[in-house]
Design a protein around this ligand. Structure first.
Ligand code: SF4
Length: 353
């Protein structure tokens, strides 16, 4: 797949949406954004996403299950030939029946969040009692009916040492992938949860060692420098005959993918963002072509241009597989082209070379 031409697309559905309606629903309930995309908007968006080629389409949220037209949208996405994933929240809406419908409609994979290895840690993180049990029910139920799953974990200071135990849960539930999200801190409330650069390296070491023995793929989001870590350590492992091919395979498959590069995010109101964590809009699908925005708008072109990256990320020999998190650079410096402030690596090329 040519990532530059065929990005994966996230369509964020508004967790508060209750009913499908006309193109612009001015009489929406108070807890529903009156500007959110209608079912028809969603259909048109899916058609345009298909015109990219063969991207992966992900319905995410909030909670996509709060959209009563979710199944219609999934059906159409699959009919168009899009590989389609869904990331529902572990709420009472995520019943066995709902998971069965995902399977019947042709969902490729269902992703479920797990931020701790047991009820006390996960529920404490989510601040919702019962969420762990619901998440585990969903994962086990999907396994039982043959629907592929992946587990998503937000890595913080609080759970960084629990990662091996969370990996055990992924194993038990037959997950195909463990997708780890690294914080992009946008408010003071999360500051204490953010890892330091050194803590990132320690987490990468845990993931890399796990990747040699677990039966599922490990992927990082907004932790692009894990690819650099793997590339660095594979050199040493190769001679030792280590079983590190799984990490290598995943790293190579995602090499170079980043915010606005092989990935595009469309919000529930149609805003087109390079990522769900980079709140700079390149346009809106209600007035702009998604394909045109992704391929031709300056915001996206600049994000894909390695020459435009600044600081260490601009002269790093790993820029082709990493490039740093543009979202984190923006969140912490206000400049999405700045170096990733949470990477400790010092490029071989000195400044100015
Ligand atoms: S300096 Fe930037 S491009 Fe290089 S490894 Fe770190 S984050 Fe990646």
């Amino acid at each position: 797949m040519n990532f530059d031409q065929s990005p994966s697309a996230d369509f964020r559905t508004n967790g508060s949406l209750r009913a499908a309606g006309s193109r612009r629903r001015r009489t929406a309930p108070v807890d529903r954004d009156p500007q959110e995309l209608s079912t028809g908007d969603g259909f048109r968006l899916l058609e345009e996403i298909r015109s990219f080629g063969n991207p992966l389409m992900v319905f995410t949220g909030g909670d996509p299950l709060k959209r009563p037209d979710l199944y219609e949208l999934i059906r159409y996405s699959v009919e168009l030939g899009l590989r389609t994933n869904v990331t529902p929240s572990a709420t009472p809406l995520l019943t066995g029946d709902a998971i069965g419908r995902f399977k019947d409609l042709g969902i490729s994979r269902m992703a479920i969040s797990l931020d701790g290895p047991d009820a006390s840690t996960h529920d404490n993180f989510r601040q919702v009692p019962g969420t762990y049990d619901r998440a585990m029910f969903a994962l086990h139920h999907a396994k039982g009916i043959g629907l592929d799953t992946q587990v998503q974990t937000t890595v913080t200071r609080r759970n960084q040492r629990m990662l091996p135990q969370i990996a055990e849960r992924v194993c038990e539930t037959g997950g195909k992938m463990w997708s780890l999200f690294f914080l992009v801190v946008t408010g003071r409330a999360l500051e204490n949860d953010d890892l330091t650069g050194d803590e990132y390296e320690k987490v990468f070491e845990i993931l890399y060692e796990l990747s040699k023995i677990v039966p599922f793929d490990i992927k990082t989001t907004e932790g692009m420098h894990y690819r650099r870590y793997v590339a660095q350590h594979q050199r040493g492992d190769r001679g030792a005959g280590s079983n590190s091919q799984v990490a290598r395979r995943v790293v190579w498959r995602t090499a170079g993918v980043g915010d606005g590069k092989g990935f595009v995010f469309v919000s529930h109101t149609g805003e087109i963002f390079p990522s769900g964590f980079l709140p700079v809009s390149g346009g809106n699908v209600l007035r702009d072509s998604l394909v045109d925005v992704y391929r031709n708008r300056e915001l996206f072109k600049v994000l894909r241009d390695p020459e435009k990256r600044q600081g260490k990320c601009g002269r790093c020999e790993y820029h082709n597989i990493c490039g740093g998190s543009r979202s984190r650079a923006y969140a912490l410096t206000g400049n999405y082209l700045a170096e990733d402030p949470r990477c400790v690596y010092q490029p071989l090329h000195p400044i100015g070379v």
